[in-house]
Design a protein around this ligand. Structure first.
Ligand SMILES: *Cc1c(COP(=O)(O)O)cnc(C)c1O
Length: 422
């Protein structure tokens, strides 16, 4: 996969649009996404598995802008969604519910009722009590709910502990030793129809081995469940394939395909995939401006106008993001901490990083910010969340506007009766 952020005459371009020109209009900080990059990543993933009956269901929690969702769906993607809010967005993006998987370890009754109004591909249930709840609500509504059961295969994905999900110590899925009981329960409930089995072992997994291990365990289990009479049509391997943030050389979709198709061929199921980061991670950048520079005893600081509220990955996971100068006209470099304006010492994007010798007003691009960027942003410190801009060739579109001050208090009001007597 080649991300379409390149330098021409020492100026950064996204596809054929000059990044400096885009932010001249939008202001900073701003998320900029390359349409060509996320569509190419989708097609690359999809075609790697062309030898097997499959559906790629983009995991929308990575980036849920409705324009991006609509374009991926149009390119043939299904959608993996995680909450009532994500389902609402998917519907607004005009995604076909028949290609939609409803995931989540803690679905509320309200969410189940909402999603059941549509004819979705499957609900992924993560506990016996959830199976009973979906059954009861489907019964009230006169519906039969298509369900897959998420199994925790107890495999170590060798990734950051916060994004490992397939170990038995994690909250996700049903313990594999209890899979038979869970399927038997689902089969006994009149308003459920078993359609699939599912796993998701973690995120930013660079190597195929954990996938091979988990697929092998799950394929054996699937064959046994089928022998016991369960009609498992969909085998969902979840997401988790890594992207390069730094110098990693993660396994590609075709590496993954080569390693797991032989295992998947024997189970005679449609294979579902839920990549998130792989599709959008390198399709986005966060552009920010240097507000101030300063020097403490030994350290240089670049204080930029984006903060941890805009992109939390460095603070939350100690994640590494490359940071590039939008203009490479200055040859000299410096070592600096690149920090935001939020009142927290954890508000940083990089520490002791070699970077072009910046001065006030220079633009920096935080790379690989397309996944788990904007979607994890907040209004902390009452900062307005940045715009999302989608580039298509030499044109660019504001796919979501920068928030306004009014947006910050749109759900609040002064309550006279409450505040009168103090
Ligand atoms: C987060 C998540 C994904 C996507 O993970 P990536 O690492 O972004 O590919 C897929 N499926 C489930 C169930 C998830 O929770």
């Amino acid at each position: 996969m080649l991300a379409h952020f390149r330098f021409r005459n020492k100026e950064m371009f996204c596809e054929d649009a000059k990044v400096a020109d885009i932010v001249k209009e939008s202001g900073t900080p701003a998320y900029i996404y390359s349409k060509r990059t996320f569509l190419e990543a989708f097609h690359e993933f999809d075609s790697a598995f062309s030898g097997i009956d499959h559906l790629v269901c983009y995991s929308m929690k990575a980036n849920s802008n409705i324009n991006l969702l609509h374009m991926l769906a149009k390119a043939g993607s299904g959608i993996d969604c995680n909450s009532g809010g994500e389902f609402f967005r998917a519907m607004k993006a005009r995604v076909d519910p028949k290609k939609l998987i409803f995931t989540g370890v803690g679905k509320t009754e309200e969410e189940i009722r909402y999603v059941l109004q549509h004819d979705v591909l499957m609900f992924k249930a993560e506990s016996r009590s959830e199976l009973r709840t979906i059954n009861a609500i489907a019964g009230e509504m006169g519906k039969i709910a298509p369900v897959g059961i998420r199994i925790n295969p107890d495999v170590d994905p060798h990734t950051h502990p916060y994004i490992a999900t397939g170990l038995s110590e994690n909250k996700f899925g049903i313990d594999s030793s209890l899979a038979f009981d869970a399927f038997a329960l689902a089969a006994s409930l009149p308003n459920l129809r078993i359609v699939g089995i599912d796993m998701h072992i973690g995120s930013q997994i660079t190597d195929v081995d954990p996938f091979v291990e988990a697929c092998t365990k799950m394929a054996m289990l699937t064959l046994e469940l089928k022998k016991a009479g369960h009609n498992i049509k969909h085998f969902d391997i979840g997401g988790g394939l890594a992207i390069p943030y730094k110098v990693e050389k993660p396994a590609s979709p075709s590496d993954l395909a080569k390693a797991i198709i032989p295992i998947l061929n024997v189970i005679d199921c449609k294979i579902l995939f839920e990549p998130g980061r792989y599709i959008v991670g390198n399709a986005g950048i966060l552009v920010t401006k240097v507000l101030y520079t300063k020097k403490h005893k030994k350290k240089n600081f670049l204080i930029v106008d984006a903060g941890m509220n805009d992109l939390i990955r460095p603070s939350l996971y100690d994640a590494y993001h490359k940071i590039r100068c939008v203009s490479l006209k200055k040859e000299d470099t410096m070592i600096a901490d690149i920090v935001g304006p939020v009142c927290e010492s954890g508000d940083f994007f990089a520490r002791d990083r070699e970077i072009c010798k910046c001065s006030q007003g220079d633009l920096l691009s935080i790379m690989s910010a397309g996944a788990y960027g904007f979607v994890m942003s907040s209004n902390y410190n009452q900062r307005r969340r940045p715009p999302e801009i989608i580039v298509d060739g030499d044109r660019f579109y504001v796919a979501r506007e920068r928030e306004t001050y009014e947006d910050l208090i749109s759900k609040e009001q002064l309550i006279d009766e409450l505040i009168e007597k103090v």
